[in-house]
Ligand binder design. Structure first.
Ligand code: OOB
Length: 542
């Protein structure tokens, strides 16, 4: 698809947009507007709690006012509608204030994860031509200010670095808040709200353009399914920037419903369980490895978890055996979630039978979600048979941001997103994820694009070739293994040296290969390409 100059991504054709509006999926709201309405409707209700290091709370009125003040400060610094701002904050109250401040003036948060390092952040800032980058001072033993200084030097358009905490040589976020005297007009509902990161299958993460209209539908659609309302007390255990804890139903869904969001600094039971007890948490979302930890720890805990009503588990395949143990251990309901930052989200339903809840990954939010399960030639396969999952609908993007060439492969001509997942559909329309066609490693919900890591390892002077594949892992589901072919005559290399080389290139720690093995050659496919399939099965057997 060719786009008009200045248009960064394909969007829904007008006939679809009209239909989604007419059928009531797109309500014509914006994030800034929703917060303003909630603050007017129930100003004194608690919207947000950040429990550490000392407990801070925000009523809806306070959150709304703080967002306004930040919006005014950002605007005074020249940040305006459509500008990109890379936000890399852990689960702290400032994260929520910053994104609502940006929403209000129509600037677009680009959601980086706290684990990202120079390689990823440098790319996000350069590729999105970001004007600002928001960071904590230090987090998990890492100084984000040094990283910001280096990235700022390399990225001429990056004008501002705002720091939540001790600013070092940068601007303290606390100085940005200003009197919201003349706020510029906010964005329209059909405009972009933010750029989310894709798990990625290529050398660099693609950016996912989400609009106010489409994302808000995924929120209230999720709220209806999960039973989120003003009494919900939701614990954000996973990184708040990830799509799952943000929107399924997530902290944004809970704020939409007028409930209370509690930020959890770390997701382990030792941190989370005391908060479940003290904050009377009713709902949370976990990736499968964490769900396992919580399930096991619940048997031994002295904390009262009786307020829990629902735990959502998703991001990676949850084994049936583990799923069966969750409800009795935690004394609450389980819902499986199979979603993607590109859009489509599936949930099991509270009234599904047990076999469906533990044995499927749910069905789409909406009757307007179009699902196709197809063979390699894009022909539909019958229910019950595995095939590629394609989807299109009112909250699934029609194209990545500034990626025209990739879009021709990732979307069909009629706008279906090729998820890269292999699923089978049951007669009730539930999906079971049975595999993956995309070249990606799903490390307990954290996605790694092998190509990105291969490109880094290839830069090592002793390396002739490399192939990174997934190996099964009992706890994470999958781990990464780098098969390395050394150059003829190169001296010996240790696995740790390869791992160190990757880490020193400044990538998120979860992308560093878990295992490194040296081999003489790779198995080839018929056309002389490296056969990853063969490598994966070798890895499984070893
Ligand atoms: C979520 O979003 P992403 O964008 O990090 O990853 C999407 C991919 C899916 O295409 C699929 O490969 C995998 O993650 N996935 C699952 C799964 N949930 C996601 N695979 C098997 N079983 C599941 N339950 O991961 C995400 C976004 C919103 C809600 C939940 C998860």
């Amino acid at each position: 698809m060719t786009l008009a100059p200045g248009v960064d991504a394909p969007t829904w054709p007008e006939e679809f947009a009209e239909r989604y509006r007419a059928e009531g999926y797109w309500r014509g709201e914006t994030f800034g507007g929703v917060l303003r309405e909630r603050a007017a409707g129930h100003p004194d209700r608690i919207a947000l709690i950040d429990p550490a290091p000392e407990r801070r709370t925000w009523t809806y009125r306070e959150l709304d006012e703080r967002a306004d003040r930040l919006a005014a400060g950002f605007a005074a610094r020249g940040i305006s509608r459509g500008d990109r701002v890379v936000v890399q904050l852990p689960n702290v109250g400032e994260f929520i204030e910053v994104v609502f401040g940006l929403f209000r003036i129509g600037a677009l948060p680009v959601y980086a994860l706290p684990a990202h390092r120079e390689s990823e952040i440098g790319h996000f800032c350069a590729f999105t031509e970001a004007v600002a980058y928001v960071i904590p001072d230090r987090h998990a033993g890492f100084d984000h200010r040094d990283l910001a200084s280096r990235v700022k030097k390399q990225t001429p358009g990056l004008e501002h670095v705002f720091v939540a905490g001790d600013p070092g040589e940068h601007t303290p976020l606390s100085e940005v808040y200003a009197d919201p005297v003349a706020l510029p007009a906010g964005p329209a509902p059909h405009e972009l709200a933010f750029l989310q990161l894709s798990g990625g299958t290529t050398g660099v993460s693609k950016l996912i353009p989400r609009t106010h209209d489409d994302y808000l539908y995924s929120l209230w659609g999720s709220n209806e399914i999960c039973g989120v309302d003003a009494d919900t007390r939701f614990l954000v255990a996973l990184p708040a920037a990830h799509n799952f804890p943000m929107s399924s139903p997530g902290w944004l869904g809970v704020l939409y419903a007028g409930g209370t969001v509690v930020l959890c600094p770390k997701p382990d039971p030792a941190t989370a369980f005391p908060l479940v007890e003290s904050e009377r948490i009713t709902m949370s979302g976990l990736v499968p490895p964490l769900a396992l930890l919580w399930t096991d720890a619940a048997a031994r805990t002295r904390h009262d978890l009786s307020s829990l009503e629902l735990i959502l588990v998703g991001g990676a395949k949850y084994s049936e055996e583990a799923a069966r143990r969750l409800e009795p251990a935690l004394g609450c309901r389980l819902m499986q979630v199979f979603g993607m930052a590109e859009g489509l989200v599936n949930y099991t339903r509270l009234d599904d039978d047990e076999a469906t809840i533990v044995g499927t990954q749910g069905r789409p939010i909406s009757v307007a979600d179009e699902i196709r399960v197809v063979d390699d030639a894009d022909r539909d396969v019958p229910d019950g048979e595995p095939g590629h999952l394609l989807t299109r609908g009112p909250y699934t993007i029609r194209g990545y941001w500034r990626a025209p060439e990739h879009n021709t492969r990732a979307f069909t001509e009629d706008g279906f997103y090729r998820t890269g997942d292999i699923v089978r559909r049951t007669p009730t329309g539930h999906l079971v994820v049975v595999g993956r066609a995309k070249d990606q490693i799903n490390r307990g919900g954290e996605k790694v694009a092998p190509e990105e890591i291969e490109n880094i390892i290839l830069a090592h002077p002793s390396v002739h070739d490399v192939s990174v594949v997934a190996v099964p892992d009992e706890y994470l589901g999958e781990r990464s293994l780098a098969y390395v072919v050394l150059r003829a005559g190169a001296g010996p290399l240790k696995p740790v040296a390869v791992k160190r080389f990757v880490r020193e290139r400044g990538v998120a720690a979860y992308k560093v290969p878990d295992l490194v093995e040296f081999v003489d050659t790779f198995p080839q496919t018929g056309v002389g390409k490296v056969s990853k399939k063969q490598l994966r099965s070798t890895a499984e057997q070893s």
